[in-house]
Design a protein around this ligand. Structure first.
Ligand code: CA2
Length: 142
C-alpha cells in the first residue's frame, strides 16, 4: 500500500516558533516519525510539503495515476480557505484523512471551517504528530 502524506504551508517551520501550539519538534522529526510508522505498518509513505496551493493541487492530481492508495493531508492554513484543494481531493476519489497537529476546534473562528475536511473520511485533530500515525493506521486498516 502506498500513502501520500501532504503538508501545507509553514509546516516546514515546525519547531521554530509557536512551540506552545505545535510543539518543539521540527519538520525533519515529523518526516522521520512518518517513515518509521510506514515501516511498522508495512506501507510506503511519499511525503510532500509545499507552501503553494497550486503545487498541492498538482501533487494531489498526480496521486490519481501514480499508484497512491490513500492520502493523509494537513493542508495547514489552506484548510480554512482552499476550495481548490477540496476539489482536487474529490476529483481523485482516493480515501483521504485530515490531520491537524493543534486542536483547531479550540482556536480562532476563522479556523472553524475545513474545506479539505469535507472530502475526508476521517479526521485526527489536536493529537500532535500522533495524528499522522492514526491517519496512516486508518488508511492501512480500511
Ligand atoms: O494544527 C495544524 O496542524 C494546522 O494545520 C497548522 C497550520 C494552521 O494554519 C492550521 O490552522 C492548523 C499552521 C502550520 C504551521 O505554522 C507555523 C507557524 C509558526 C511557526 C511554525 C509553524
Amino acid at each position: 500500500m502506498k500513502l501520500l502524506i501532504v503538508n501545507g504551508p509553514n509546516l516546514n517551520m515546525l519547531g521554530i516558533r509557536e512551540k506552545h501550539i505545535y510543539g518543539d519538534r521540527d519538520y525533519d522529526a515529523l518526516c522521520r516519525a512518518i517513515r518509521q510508522w510506514a515501516d511498522e505498518l508495512g506501507c510506503e509513505a511519499d511525503i510532500y510539503q509545499s507552501n503553494h496551493e497550486g503545487d498541492i493541487v498538482d501533487r494531489i492530481q498526480r496521486a490519481y495515476s501514480d499508484g497512491t492508495d490513500g492520502i493523509v493531508i494537513n493542508p495547514a492554513a489552506y484548510t480554512h480557505t482552499s476550495v481548490a484543494i477540496l476539489d482536487a481531493l474529490k476529483a481523485v476519489q482516493l480515501p483521504a484523512v485530515e490531520v491537524h497537529i493543534s486542536d483547531v476546534t479550540q482556536r480562532e473562528d476563522f479556523r472553524q471551517v475545513s474545506y479539505a475536511g469535507m472530502a475526508c473520511v476521517a479526521h485526527y485533530i489536536g493529537l500532535g504528530f500522533e495524528g499522522y500515525h492514526r491517519a496512516m493506521e486508518y488508511l492501512v486498516n480500511h
